[in-house]
Ligand binder design. Structure first.
Ligand code: GAF
Length: 391
């Protein structure tokens, strides 16, 4: 992390010829459980990870926003006065710059007077790899949102910053996501999961108790990138909305497990299976939180496994690589495993005894090679602190 900060500071000086006024950072996330429930007003339990995006920033004496990234070639600049939805429409700015510039625009939509704030030079570096399923997008949005809110003295609370991140992603990037990732990135705490009710937006930090259970979480990033702005994610969201509409509900949050037989009679097969995933997944989140509190992390493995099966069989968002990662982890000592994030590629997580990471790596590397799949990236993550000012 200190390397990332030093690099960002040095690169900022190279690109902009100045020392940054400050450094901010925000983490990526792993979702422990509660997938595709956030945009259905449901429950989620992600945690912020120890991989972060760093933003270095200085105030300018004009109204230009200039953004540059360690992971993208060219510097992008725009006058604050021209920061309009038309200019920011998906595909117009293209690439990564839609995220930071979209966040600046979104802060304006949520009450910032963009006519009265100065321009900034902003440089981004990150060790949350893009397309890995660990929400590099939320890490970028939330680090930029916090940096701009501090610099422009907006006085916004963290929930408003999370909403700005989501609005930028929905509008400027064109990914119809929920609010889970931004809340995880802004509200993460060391050792804790972020239990969010996506209807009331009530947030509770839940002690994961991993060290007490002598367990750790290992991430397996498959080489199949996932992209939330492409069709599969939006298609699942549309199915959920169709199910709720057909059943006369505001959202699938209002469908209970007891009412599933009635729903089966009213919905086509595919829509029913997708709705059933959401309803059962909401219950699994509540069960996981209760189990963590009453029995500890050693008792949540079956819930993680059931969540994966539901995403594989009912919601149909897993891939052969993710299934193989989960199966191999379970056959090699994991007490629970599931894909994490939006699906269609990206990452899986395994809950394993401490010191188990290298054993798991050998087993999964071997299984992937046998199946002709690209070598996955495998590493341990810890639940970490959310977005903050670093310097
Ligand atoms: C992605 C989205 F960004 C989240 O809002 C959430 O829907 C998740 O996929 C699936 O649970 O990370």
């Amino acid at each position: 992390m200190s390397d990332l900060r030093d690099d960002a500071r040095a690169s900022f000086a190279e690109v902009f010829g100045a020392t940054p006024d400050g450094l901010w950072s925000a983490p990526g996330r792993v979702n422990l459980i509660g997938e595709h429930t956030d945009y259905n007003d449901g429950f989620v339990l992600p945690f912020a990870i120890d991989r972060r995006t760093v933003v270095a920033l200085t105030v300018r004496d004009d109204r230009m926003l200039r953004v540059a990234s360690a992971h993208a070639g060219e510097l992008v600049e725009i006058d604050l006065a021209t920061l309009t939805p038309e200019r920011l429409a998906p595909g117009r700015l293209g690439g990564w710059a839609a995220y930071p510039l979209g966040v600046a625009w979104a802060l304006g939509q949520l009450g910032a007077d963009l006519g009265a704030v100065p321009g900034v030079d902003l440089y981004v570096d990150s060790d949350v790899s893009v397309g890995s399923g660990l929400s590099s997008s939320a890490a970028l949005e939330c680090s930029v949102a916090l940096a701009l809110a501090d610099t422009w003295r907006l006085g916004f609370d963290r929930l408003t910053l999370a909403k700005a991140g989501r609005l930028a992603e929905n509008t400027a990037v064109g990914a119809p996501t929920g609010i889970m990732d931004q809340v995880a990135s802004l509200f993460g705490e060391s050792g804790a999961g972020v239990f969010l009710d996506c209807r009331s937006l009530d947030i509770q930090q839940v002690d994961l108790g991993l060290a007490d259970a002598a367990l750790e979480v290992v991430v397996i990033v498959t080489e199949t990138r996932h992209d939330l702005a492409s069709g599969g994610y939006a298609d699942r969201k549309a199915s959920c909305e169709l199910a709720a509409r057909t059943l006369g509900l505001d959202s699938l949050r209002d469908l209970t497990i007891d009412a599933l037989p009635r729903a089966k009679a009213l919905l086509d097969d595919t829509t029913f299976h997708r709705a059933r995933h959401v309803v059962t997944e909401n219950q699994r989140v509540l069960d996981t939180v209760r189990t963590l509190r009453e029995q500890g992390a050693g008792a949540i493995g079956d819930l993680l496994d059931a969540s994966h099966r539901s995403m594989r069989d009912d919601f149909d968002i897993s891939t052969p690589e993710l299934d193989l990662a989960v199966e191999t982890a379970l056959a090699n000592g994991a007490i629970g495993a599931r894909m994490t994030g939006g699906g269609f590629g990206g990452a899986a997580i395994a809950l394993v005894p401490q010191q188990h990471e290298s054993l798991l790596r050998v087993a999964i590397d071997g299984a992937f090679a046998e199946h002709g799949f690209g070598q996955p990236d495998i590493f341990r993550v810890t639940a970490s602190v959310g977005a903050r000012r670093d310097a």
